[in-house]
Design a protein. Structure first.
Length: 492
């Protein structure tokens, strides 16, 4: 528990707030710090969980637990309704922690039992503390429970964890540079998993940072909807779109460089809300908009036909700056229970905030921007970039990149007018796999400029004079040149 949160909890106790909820990633640490914060004569402090029932956390708490639950609390108070009913008999000033409260409060009997304690606990300064990783309160408790958020460990706490791990392993104190890099790798984890990850990545020669990052990625990916991109591509491996790459390089090295990239692919499918009558998409949209505004997060929107390097640019941005790229799957955060989707999104945003240390750059891709709400587009204040089909010069660069990557011999190139970078890569991949020429490989490809010609023309008309060009400085204008077949030298 952070000192700010501990102060807020103490203030709630001073004014006899009877019902408190703490959203925390580490309930054991929260209970330990609350217990250790009492000066002098501590009140009875107890915990309840569905396996053990009511259990005392200190001597007064153990005495009180025996008095109200008897010698076998697991049987007499294993049910949350029974436990909350028995908790009405706890002594004045008691503190009762209810673990994993989010699992039970949707039950009307549990919600009623908690509400029944409100006036009783207010009268003699008792406190029921609902501990949970995420929580949406039922309507009957929404106006009666004070909700506090436990932040993930700050840089100083993580640095102490790193140094403490070295000390426990009886190793020399780590260099400041090692601590800084380790803190970057641990940011976004709760204290307990941070300790575990750090200890498991420690060898005789010190911390293995690559292992630390991988274990950290695995921990992040336990959050529904989040994954960390593991590809190693950089901007130098993307042909064309020079204006978008130049802009992002300046953002990534500018006055306030981001500490994490958040990549939302095909954002219009998750946020458009078309056909969603449940209200979930609209609720997720509101939660995301509020978070971006409160945290001053911004980003860019990349629009264009499929295969035009939108996603490739977003995935490469993190590697370009040496920061993580977090894939943000909004659809994967949706749940079947009421309020579950919003809980998952808030949990994911809390992880993103901790990993980025408050400095986040969003990069969203879409194939149609018309259905995106204006308020969402305004949050991406760095602009909307239009990724058109690559022109002749860009295609030449892309051919050179993939011919080198697939170690193909110098040869004639197929007619590539209207091809995307993804289709050029596909041709090189087929030529390598089938051991055939690029011209033959091209016969198995139908470019998107033919299969979706009407869609591309609509996108171009929509972008004309409105969006920034990803390929050249300034606003996009609807013009392209064409070239025929040619040969290319690998030295080109």
């Amino acid at each position: 528990m952070s000192q700010d949160l501990l102060k807020a909890f103490r203030a709630a106790r001073r004014v006899s707030t009877p019902l408190v909820a703490i959203r925390t990633p580490d309930p054991a640490a929260t209970m330990a710090l609350v217990l250790g914060s009492f000066n002098g004569s501590a009140p009875a402090v107890l915990r309840w969980d569905i396996v053990n029932g009511l259990v005392g956390l200190n001597d007064p708490g153990s005495t009180a637990a025996t008095a109200v639950a008897g010698p076998d609390p697991a049987i007499s108070t294993g049910n949350p309704v029974e436990a909350l009913t028995a908790a009405a008999k706890l002594p004045a000033s008691s503190v009762l922690f209810l673990l994993n409260a989010h699992r039970f409060l949707d039950n009307e009997a549990v919600a009623q039992a908690a509400w029944n304690l409100r006036d009783l606990y207010k009268a003699d300064s008792r406190t029921l503390v609902l501990l949970c990783p995420a929580l949406t309160l039922p309507a009957e408790l929404a106006n009666d429970v004070l909700v506090l958020d436990e932040p993930l460990p700050a840089e100083e706490q993580l640095a102490d964890i790193v140094r403490g791990t070295y000390e426990a392993a009886q190793l020399d104190d780590p260099l400041d540079d090692v601590v800084t890099k380790a803190v970057d790798a641990l940011a976004g984890l709760a204290a307990f998993p941070a300790e575990q990850v750090c200890a498991m990545s420690l060898a005789r020669e010190g911390l293995l940072l690559d292992e630390l990052w991988e274990r950290k990625r695995q921990m992040i990916e336990q959050t529904p909807g989040l994954s960390v991109w593991r590809g190693g591509e950089t901007f130098s491996q993307i042909g064309g779109v020079e204006n978008a790459k130049s802009f992002l390089r300046r953002v990534l090295t500018g006055g306030q460089p981001p500490r994490a990239i958040v990549f939302i692919d095909e954002i219009e499918k998750a946020m458009g809300g078309q056909g969603d009558t449940s209200g979930v998409s609209q609720s997720l949209l509101g939660t995301l908009l509020t978070w971006m505004q409160d945290n001053q997060a911004t980003g860019i929107i990349c629009i264009g036909p499929p295969g035009a390097a939108k996603s490739a640019l977003a995935k490469a941005a993190g590697n370009e700056a040496g920061i993580p790229t977090i894939a943000f799957d909004l659809t994967g955060m949706k749940g079947s229970l009421v309020g579950e989707s919003e809980q998952r999104l808030r949990s994911a945003l809390k992880v993103v905030s901790a990993v980025s240390q408050g400095k986040t750059l969003f990069i969203a891709t879409c194939n149609s921007i018309a259905i995106l709400p204006p308020e969402l587009r305004r949050r991406f204040s760095f602009g909307t970039f239009y990724f058109d089909l690559p022109d002749a010069s860009e295609r030449q660069t892309i051919w050179a990149l993939y011919i080198t990557r697939y170690a193909l011999p110098e040869q004639a190139l197929p007619q590539d007018e209207g091809w995307t970078g993804a289709e050029i890569r596909q041709a090189c991949d087929l030529a390598w796999r089938l051991n055939c020429s690029l011209v033959e490989a091209a016969s198995y490809i139908v470019p998107v400029s033919r299969s979706a010609a009407d869609q591309i023309e609509r996108l171009r008309s929509e972008a004309n004079g409105r969006f920034i060009s990803a390929s050249y400085p300034g606003v996009y204008t609807q013009s392209r040149t064409s070239t025929g077949a040619r040969t290319i030298s690998l030295e080109e």
